[in-house]
Design a protein around this ligand. Sequence first.
Ligand code: ADP
Length: 497
Amino acid sequence: MTNQLSPNLDPRVLAGMLSGKHLIDGALVPAASGKTFDVVSPATREAVAKAAYGEKADVDLAVAAAKKAQSSWSKKSARERGKLIAECGRILAGHVEELGRLIALETGKALRTESRVEASVLADAFTFYGGLGSELKGETIPFNPNMLSMTVVEPIGVVGAIIPWNVPLMLMALKIAPAMVAGNAVVVKSAEEAPLAVLRVCQILNTILPPGVFNILSGMGPECGAPLVAHKDVGKVTFTGSVETGKIVYKAAAEKLIPVTLELGGKSPMIVMGDADLERAVDGAVVGMRFTRQGQSCTAASRIFVHESIHDAFVQKLKAKVDAMKMGDPLDESTDIGTIISTQQFEKVQSYIKIGEAEGAVANRCSQKPSDGKLKDGLYVQPVIFTNVKNESRVAREEIFGPVTCVIKFKEFDEAIAAANDTEYGLAASIWTTNLKWALDATRRIDAGLVQVNQNLVVQPGMSYGGFRASGLGKEASLEAMLEHFTRKKMVMVNLQ
Ligand code: ADP
């Protein structure tokens, strides 16, 4: 098992090499139509590559390759598949720098604080799932001594995975690594804004995995994502993206009666009680709000409820911390905060800042946009900490997906819990306090798939990550997620008489 691809640390050269291609059946190929679209680096707004413009014809080719490959892939022993996936993790670990640079170029996320970290999480997810092959086991049922009854855990077949642009490497890994260990073959549809680094991963893994086990297509949602969901040979869809698109995917999957995992949006609350360690809570807000990712995270702590006794001190310290963060070239090691992904998102974020001000909130703008050279055209948005916000206002209810958080004052614990739950979403939450009763009470009463106490950690391999209500269906990142979402159970009964 040797990897013939050596890392290429020049992301522009690498982008050029990957330009205009899907990866189907182990080979880089152009779209069947020959059409492409531009991949634009948001830091300079220059086109750095083309991407293949996938349509139904490309979906048909990729799914056919996956179906063929799955038949022999599923016949390998589960541990053997796991070993190969773990080997993928080892190889990917050697490409962290390269992948980090490429993701920084195409998404505008800073290399040191975000992109390199994401590339290592990708490798780690493969290593984690690679060790779980032998867990694909069933049960026996003691009906009577003359009958052997057991459940067998089987792969589903071909999995269609649709991913977004905010953390494409990590989110793809959490789908494809368990899907493949479980014996499925995969077709990924990348996000139109970030098709390059994930394509590079597919190219690297195809030096190890049999051709067709992992295929990747680029293209637009309705023209490439929708035919993938609708394809008769796709037996499972796993999707991360917006609530609106999630509903479209869910409906399309319902037509075929296939299982779906949906990881959707959030408007995650963070409750800071008056007795909290203020410094830790402020650091937790910076991490939780993902300011280094320009707030482009579904778990972003975008509603921070702060007790009135510490509200002003909290805001002052938070502003000082974010002010000290450097916005700049995503590829520069000194940069903390890069750019928004696209002009469309940039405009959406700007419009929400105006909406917040019109609603009477005070926009505390932090840090400074770079003004030098080509970066002056980049999609930089100064982080905004809104104060004087009401939980009923649009900026506190709707997902902005940008560096905009709302700090909301409260008096009583119960009031904070009620406000935290007053949202259609239920993805993540945190409470900051030294009072054990408040902490445990909050973990019981907050209606979200992940509740943390005195921390705002990101997704960890092993935890079952996934939201309630409008935040989605199903879990990712754990053993249970692999068993529940990428396998099916068959009941076998043998008459021994
Ligand atoms: P965002 O607003 O973050 O771009 P979307 O939910 O629109 O979120 O996109 C997430 C992913 O879903 C992307 O890969 C996108 O191309 C894909 N997508 C968009 N529309 C559809 C659709 N109708 N069917 C399948 N996939 C889609």
